[in-house]
Design a binder for this molecule. Structure first.
Ligand SMILES: [Zn+2]
Length: 382
C-alpha cells in the first residue's frame, strides 16, 4: 500500500461525518482516528479533556524540523434537519459534490491531513523531520482544545504550521482576534418619579457603550495589516418595569481585534472607560469570557509560495494570499512565534461552513490530499 484509494478516502470522510461531534463528542472522533492510524502503524495519543471530549496528537518521522498540522474535530449544529436536502450526518454525493455537516468546516481538511500522514508513512516518509498532527476539540466555541496544545508545550519545537480550515485554493496567513465581553451595571432602584433616590443602571451602561463605540470606531485606530478593529454591542437587557429606576442592566459585546490594537489594549481602554463612570457613581464590571488574540504572520513566510504553486495546478483562478475573517486554532497555536514563522491556513472547502446543505467539491478533497503530501515533504526536506 502506498496510497489510500479514492474510495478509502471517501469512506474515512463518510465515517467522520457520521460522528455527531456538535460542540461535543470529539473523543469519539479521536478514537476513530486513533484506530485508523493504528491500522497503518502510526501511534497516537488521546488527550482527554472531560466527558466525551478530547484532543488527539500523533507523529510520523523524527527529529527536526517539526511541521505541525492541525484540524478541529467539532462541528456546529446543523440547525433544523428538515431544512437540509439530505441527512447532515450521512455524507451524500450529488453531481460531484459532497454534502454533510462539517464537510467543509472541517472534516474534509481533517481527513485529508490524516490520510496524508498515512500515505507518507507507508512510503517511509518523511526521510527528514517530523510531522505532528494536532487534532482539536472545542474549536467552534472559543478554540478551547488548541489552548491545551499551547499549554502542554506541543507547539514549542514546531517549525511550521498548516491549519487545514477551509480556504479552497486560497491561502490565509493572518486573522483578527475575537473577544466576547459581558458588562454588568448595578444601580439602585427607586420609583421613577423620584430618580434622586436611586441610581439608573441603564443610563450608566448606555453611556459607557456609546463612548466605547466612539472610542473603538475612531479612524485613528490604524488597521493596515488586517483591516479595522470592530466593536459591536450585540445583546442588551435591564430593568424590571416601566415606572421603576432600574437597579440592574447588562450587555454583551463582540470585539474583533487587530495586531495594532490587540486584546490587551482593548481591555486597558475599557477599564479606563469603566473607571471614569464608576468614579461618577456607577458600578460597572466586566466578564471577558472569550479572549482570542489576533494572528499576523508574514505573507512571505516560507509555506506560502510552495502552497500557491501546488494549488495553481488545480485551479485556473487566482490563488489569493490574504488574511481570513474567521478565528481559528492559530490564535492559540502560533502564540509567541515570530512574524516570519511559517504558517498557513489552507484546506479543502468553500463558502458553505455553518450553513444548511454544507458542501464540498469531491475532486477538491482528493486534490488537497495530493497538495498536502507534496507540501509537507517540500517543507521538511528543504
Ligand atoms: Zn472551522
Amino acid at each position: 500500500m502506498e496510497h489510500l484509494s479514492k474510495s478509502q478516502a471517501l469512506e474515512i470522510l463518510k465515517n467522520l461525518i457520521a460522528i455527531k461531534s456538535v460542540n461535543d463528542h470529539e473523543k469519539t472522533v479521536a478514537t476513530y482516528l486513533q484506530k485508523l492510524l493504528a491500522q497503518y502503524d502510526i501511534k497516537s495519543e488521546i488527550k482527554p479533556i472531560r466527558g466525551d471530549r478530547a484532543n488527539l496528537i500523533a507523529e510520523i518521522g523524527q527529529g527536526k524540523p517539526v511541521l505541525g498540522i492541525s484540524g478541529h474535530m467539532d462541528v456546529v449544529s446543523p440547525g433544523k434537519l428538515e431544512d437540509w436536502n439530505s441527512n447532515p450526518f450521512e455524507m451524500t454525493e450529488k453531481d460531484g459534490m459532497l454534502y454533510g455537516r462539517g464537510i467543509t468546516d472541517m472534516k474534509s481538511g481533517l481527513a485529508a491531513i490524516v490520510i496524508t500522514m498515512i500515505n507518507l508513512h507507508a512510503q517511509d516518509l518523511p526521510k527528514k523531520g517530523t510531522i505532528r498532527l494536532m487534532a482539536t476539540m472545542g474549536e467552534e466555541v472559543g478554540e478551547e482544545g488548541s489552548s491545551y496544545f499551547l499549554k502542554d508545550g506541543s507547539m514549542k519545537d514546531v517549525d511550521g504550521l498548516v491549519i487545514a480550515e477551509p480556504s479552497g485554493y486560497n491561502i490565509g496567513y493572518a486573522e483578527k482576534g475575537s473577544m466576547d465581553i459581558k458588562f454588568i451595571s448595578k444601580g439602585k432602584a427607586s420609583h421613577s418619579s423620584m430618580p434622586e433616590n436611586g441610581y439608573n443602571a441603564i443610563d450608566a451602561l448606555m453611556n459607557l457603550l456609546i463612548e466605547a463605540n466612539t472610542t473603538f470606531r475612531d479612524d485613528q485606530i490604524k488597521g493596515d495589516s488586517i483591516g479595522p478593529l470592530v466593536f459591536n454591542t450585540t445583546l442588551i437587557k435591564g430593568g424590571t418595569q416601566v415606572n421603576s429606576i432600574p437597579d440592574y442592566a447588562e450587555a454583551e459585546a463582540n470585539v474583533r481585534t487587530i495586531p495594532e490594537y490587540d486584546n490587551q489594549k482593548v481591555i486597558a481602554t475599557l477599564h479606563n472607560l469603566i473607571k471614569k463612570y464608576n468614579d461618577q457613581g456607577a458600578q460597572i464590571s466586566t466578564d471577558i469570557y472569550m479572549n482570542e488574540g489576533p494572528v499576523l504572520m508574514s505573507p512571505k513566510n516560507p509555506l506560502i509560495t510552495p502552497t500557491k504553486k501546488l494549488m495553481e495546478k488545480y485551479t485556473t483562478e487566482t490563488v489569493h494570499v490574504a488574511p481570513i475573517s474567521a478565528v481559528t486554532d492559530a490564535s492559540n497555536l502560533v502564540q509567541n512565534k515570530p512574524i516570519e514563522f511559517p504558517f498557513i491556513v489552507a484546506g479543502p472547502g468553500n463558502n458553505t461552513p455553518h450553513q444548511i446543505n454544507e458542501n464540498l467539491d469531491k475532486q477538491m478533497y482528493f486534490n488537497f490530499i495530493d497538495i498536502y503530501e507534496k507540501l509537507f515533504i517540500d517543507f521538511l526536506e528543504k
